[in-house]
Design a protein around this ligand. Structure first.
Ligand code: SF4
Length: 281
C-alpha cells in the first residue's frame, strides 16, 4: 500500500514527532555544542536543509553537504519514520517536505519517487480496462451517451466478441467505474472523461461522437421501464380417474329410430332363441 499504509501526511508527521527515539535523531543539536549536529559534529545544525537564502552555495558544496547529511540519516534511529513522512503526499498533491535531506533521501530523489508513483497510478486503468465488459462500455460511451443506447451498443459489441449482453444498470455502473479509475470527479463531463481516457491510451482506434459538452459521464439514475405484470402461476390439477357412470333405464331419453336401453342391456328372452335351436336340431 502506498503512502505508508494509507496514512495522511499529518498522521505520519505526528508519528515521527512522537517516535520514542525522536530525541535521539541524528540531526538534533548536540547537548554540549548546540550549534553542531549530534550525529556529526563537523556539521552545523540545519545542514540537512542547506544554508539560508542569503548564503550562496555552489553545486559541489551542496553535493558534499548533502552526502554528509545522508550519512547522518543512515545512522538515525527514526530514519524510516522520517522518510515516510517527508515522502508522503499532502491533500493538494505535493510532497510533505519538498526541500532538503529527509530520511536519507535528497529532495530530487523524493520528487522522482513521487513522479514514478503517479505514473504507476496512471497506468493502472489500462490494465483494469482489459476486460470485455469494460472495453465495450468505454467504446459504447464514445459512440453515444443515452443510457439505454450505451447499453445496447455495448451489448452489440459484446455479442460480436462472443460475450453476453450488458443491461443498462451494468452500463451505468461501468461508466461510474471508468470515471473513478481515471481519477476524475463524479460530475465530470463525458467529453472530458473520454479525453482523459484517450490520453491514457484507452481509446486507440475508437472514434468519439462529440456531444455539446454538458453530458455527464455518469448519468443520473436511469428510470427503468415498469416490470411486466406478474402472471399467477397456473396450477394443473391431476385429472381424476374416470368414474364409471351408472345409467338407470328411466334416465335415458329414447330417440326414435335408436335402440332403447332395454334393447341393449336387457337379456334376450329365452323363447326368442328357442326356435333357432329347434331349427338346428
Ligand atoms: S532521518 Fe535524517 S533528517 Fe530525519 S531525523 Fe534522522 S537525521 Fe534528521
Amino acid at each position: 500500500m502506498t503512502q505508508a499504509q494509507g496514512k495522511t501526511s499529518e498522521q505520519l508527521h505526528d508519528e515521527l514527532l512522537e517516535h520514542r527515539f525522536w530525541r535521539y535523531r541524528g540531526c538534533a543539536p548536540d547537548p554540549d555544542q548546540p550549534t553542531r549536529m549530534v550525529g556529526d559534529l563537523s556539521l552545523p545544525v540545519g545542514a540537512h536543509h542547506g544554508p539560508d537564502a542569503f548564503v550562496v552555495e555552489g553545486q559541489r558544496e551542496r553535493i558534499a553537504r548533502e552526502a554528509k547529511a545522508i550519512e547522518v540519516c543512515l545512522s538515525c534511529p527514526v530514519m524510516v519514520a522520517c522518510d515516510a513522512y517527508a515522502s508522503s503526499v499532502t491533500v493538494d498533491g505535493k510532497l510533505a517536505e519538498p526541500d532538503g535531506v529527509w530520511g536519507g533521501r535528497r529532495s530530487l530523489e523524493r520528487h522522482k519517487a513521487l513522479i514514478k508513483a503517479r505514473h504507476v497510478r496512471v497506468a493502472a486503468p489500462r490494465d483494469r480496462f482489459a476486460t470485455p465488459q469494460k472495453r465495450a462500455a468505454l467504446a459504447a460511451l464514445a459512440a453515444c451517451w443515452e443510457p439505454f443506447e450505451v447499453a445496447a451498443t455495448a451489448s452489440r459489441l459484446l455479442a460480436s466478441w462472443g460475450e453476453g449482453p450488458m443491461d443498462v444498470r451494468t452500463a451505468n455502473w461501468q461508466r461510474s467505474y471508468l470515471v473513478r479509475l481515471l481519477g476524475l470527479p463524479k460530475d465530470v463531463t463525458r467529453m472530458r472523461a473520454l479525453a482523459v481516457a484517450r490520453e491514457q491510451g484507452l481509446l486507440e482506434g475508437v472514434a468519439v461522437v462529440p456531444d455539446d459538452g454538458t453530458v455527464p459521464a455518469i448519468p443520473p439514475p436511469t428510470k427503468l421501464p415498469p416490470p411486466a405484470p406478474r402472471v399467477a402461476p397456473v396450477t394443473v390439477l391431476p385429472v381424476p380417474a374416470r368414474m364409471p357412470v351408472r345409467v338407470m333405464p328411466g334416465q335415458v331419453r329414447e330417440i326414435p329410430g335408436q335402440l332403447s336401453f332395454e334393447d341393449v342391456f336387457a337379456p334376450a328372452p329365452l323363447h326368442s332363441i328357442t326356435p333357432d335351436l329347434e331349427t338346428a336340431a
